[in-house]
Design a protein around this ligand. Sequence first.
Ligand SMILES: [Zn+2]
Length: 313
Amino acid sequence: MPEGHVIHGIAAALTGLLRGQVVHASSPQGRFSSGAALLDGCTFTGAIAHGKHLFASFDPGAQAPHILHVHLGLYGVWSFALAAEHPLAPHRNPLLTAAGEGKQPQVIGDAARFAVPAPRGAVRLRLVGKQAAADLNGPSRCEVLTAAEVDVLRARLGPDPLLGDSDPDAFIQAVRSSRRAIGELLMDQSVISGVGNIYRAELLFRHRIHPATPGQRVSVRKLQQLWSDAVVLLADGKRLGVIVTTDEGHLNEPPTGWTKLAERAPNEEADLRWYAYRRSGRPCHRCGNLIATSILASRTVFWCSRCQRAPSH
Ligand SMILES: [Zn+2]
């Protein structure tokens, strides 16, 4: 499942491709025909992300805006097509490639001859602007909401390190008031939004916190540092389209194709990109001890038992 940095990249991509344009919306697959009919002919005014949720605004003119809410879940994916001259064409701007986690957008003809490609697979929603199109396949949520409904939904989400107006104190308070393990709390989207399994393992390693440590036993100072680090790491992930948390190579552009390769988990790549994630049984980069695993919040968590001491009882 993509972590928050990808959804922020997609929001920026949709905004860059379609903002200010009257868009044609359709559901080639048919499962979102009535929702698409509401959006069709509206002016797209921009998209934002909050954690793993995407909110895109459509202005129908006379009535209140329609807000498209999308959660990709495990299988959802956006894909983009655009004319060669578009400012976001991949040879000019890496934004769409990053938002596609390394997958290149389709470049189709010049501005005058931009033609929408045939749908690939079950396209739930297709948005077409002047020189660009975006297709959504396989989301777990795709619905049209009112602004009030969006407020209700967002009120249940924890602060997002990539949103400038997020309140880190809300995160710190939620962790400090809980006996649940920090490794569980970091995966709880009502505690912090946008962190998934990779960022969880890496943030805990970088701050030397054992995943089983009860939230109330993690110091405020550590949580402040962890939050500030999350802000930097997620912003890097959004820019690069891949998660790289090792300090060496952190500032370098990763080789293209890393993302999909990492899903198949060749050790060599995990060794370069991460300290703990997908490195079970491999030596810790810091101390040489072998990386351990267990299950927390239904997903495998990875850590170093020497660098990240188990909480005492
Ligand atoms: Zn270690």
